[in-house]
Design a binder for this molecule. Structure first.
Ligand code: GRF
Length: 225
């Protein structure tokens, strides 16, 4: 049977540093016509990242923009800006409307964030974080949750701003972990949720079908229509 893909799809570029299971989940959702989007490029900062071969398998243009030699820069902000300039240059021919971070292990600088800033104020850069933000920011969040001994943790999809893991929250899902014996068990449970929640959230985020509410201290709350 022919499957007719809608042409009302939003172009996205995926930035990832590792194995790319979230890239694959998004790709699958698009292939199944559950998500109207086009992955126009996959960019990694790691030349051996599994995500690059997964992207080739999916016939999506994929390339590495390597992290520069630290010694050439006097500050980490200069180094980050240099890398982001090269990422932007590489993405230019693909003109993505959104950037989707799927396991991208770099902090973004204002350069990239401003390049994707929308007229409504949010940046069209979305990330998936493996905890119930604002708890367990940073890296190894499933392990952090396990070792802290919390009974529940979760997954968050959020817009990206320069301060790490602080951008407006778009979607969250919680899951119990009190019966998990290892951090790996927590991660396995979390990834299953990520692979469903990320494409589900992109479904309404990419066509920008949401409203923004300002809460105390200027925090923005993203509410799907
Ligand atoms: C995921 O747990 C994601 O939440 C986090 O990094 C991991 C990436 O996994 N930001 P993968 O590369 O998509 O398999």
């Amino acid at each position: 049977m022919w499957s007719v893909k809608s042409d009302v799809s939003v172009s996205i570029a995926i930035l990832a540093s590792g194995r790319g299971s979230n890239f694959w989940a998004i790709h699958q959702a698009i292939e199944a016509n559950e998500l109207q989007a086009r992955i126009v490029a996959v960019v990694s900062d790691q030349k051996d990242a599994l995500v690059l071969s997964r992207a080739q398998q999916a016939q999506v243009p994929a390339f590495c923009v390597p992290w520069p030699d630290r010694k050439l820069f006097s500050s980490s902000s200069e180094l980050r800006a240099d890398h982001e300039q090269r990422v932007l240059k590489a993405l230019e021919p693909f003109a993505p409307r959104f950037l989707v971070l799927a396991g991208y292990m770099r902090i973004l600088s204002p350069l990239l964030i401003e390049a994707f800033r929308s007229e409504c104020g949010y940046s069209r850069i979305v990330n998936i974080h493996p905890s119930l933000l604002p708890a367990f920011c940073g890296v190894h969040s499933y392990a952090q949750a396990f070792h802290y001994g919390v009974k529940w943790t979760g997954v968050t999809v959020h817009f990206v701003e320069s301060a790490v893991d602080t951008g407006p929250i778009c979607a969250q899902e919680v899951f119990p972990i009190s019966d998990c014996q290892t951090p790996e068990e927590v991660e396995k449970r979390g990834l299953e949720i990520e692979h469903r929640l990320f494409p589900e959230t992109l479904k309404w985020l990419l066509p920008e079908q949401f409203r923004l509410e300002t809460r105390a201290e200027g925090r923005i709350c993203v509410c799907p229509n």
